[in-house]
Design a protein around this ligand. Sequence first.
Ligand code: HEM
Length: 235
Amino acid sequence: MAARKPRMNRLARTLQSSIGSKFLMSVTGILLLLFVIAHMLGNLQVFAGPDQLNAYAAKLQSLGPLLWVVRLGLLAIFVVHIGAAIRVTNSNRAARPVAYVYPGSVQSTFAGRTMMMSGLIVLAFLIYHVLHFTVGTTNPDHFHLVDETGRHDVYSMVVMGFSQWPIALVYVVANILVGVHISHGASSAFQTLGVTHPRLAFLKQGFGPGIATLIVVGNLSMPLACLFGLVQLPA
Ligand code: HEM
């Protein structure tokens, strides 16, 4: 047991180093990306109607304590991702205390240069989003609804929320930023994790923008479909 301590310290020190923080940021980023894809696929069931979406939501709720394990795991992943991002940003600043004279002249993209900003706005959106749909604080009148079978009426909650243009607009803008963040993050995670083989270059360059576009299209389709009446409350 005593012999293990120095090794644990070494692991902790490695993870806190600049490269260790980048590694943690990449691994947690990929886990968050998987969550965003799964969440989107689940939510797209809104297009299949109230019964389908409410049954899906009820199934998630029926997981009981397991749902809390997943929620706490997700929260821990978010916390590690944000902590590692702050560390990486700080060590990048320490390595280059004077900003580039011509920021546009270095090999960087808009998405890459604004990762901290897009990440912070996505975090603010997430807090609002959980208060809106999971806790029901922001629109309690949409939240406390049940369908004819007694299940939480998630379908009506979503449709009523997105039928109000200020709410739909928040979701549209926030989900575009989610896409901007993923577009750079997913590609650079492959680079950090060592996917550098020339044959896999497409993963580094094309994967981020490609998956981000799919996520933006999927996530914008829901508020826009409700706002423009393509998805409506049950008759
Ligand atoms: C238009 C896009 C989105 C829709 C329609 C949507 C819909 C929902 C709904 C209905 C819930 C509540 C689930 C329930 O309690 O039954 C929820 C929860 C949640 N959403 Fe979203 N969501 C969207 C985008 C996002 C994005 C982009 C993220 C992450 C970046 C996200 C993260 C979460 C989280 C963390 C929860 C809390 C899960 C829980 O613990 O219950 N959502 N979302």
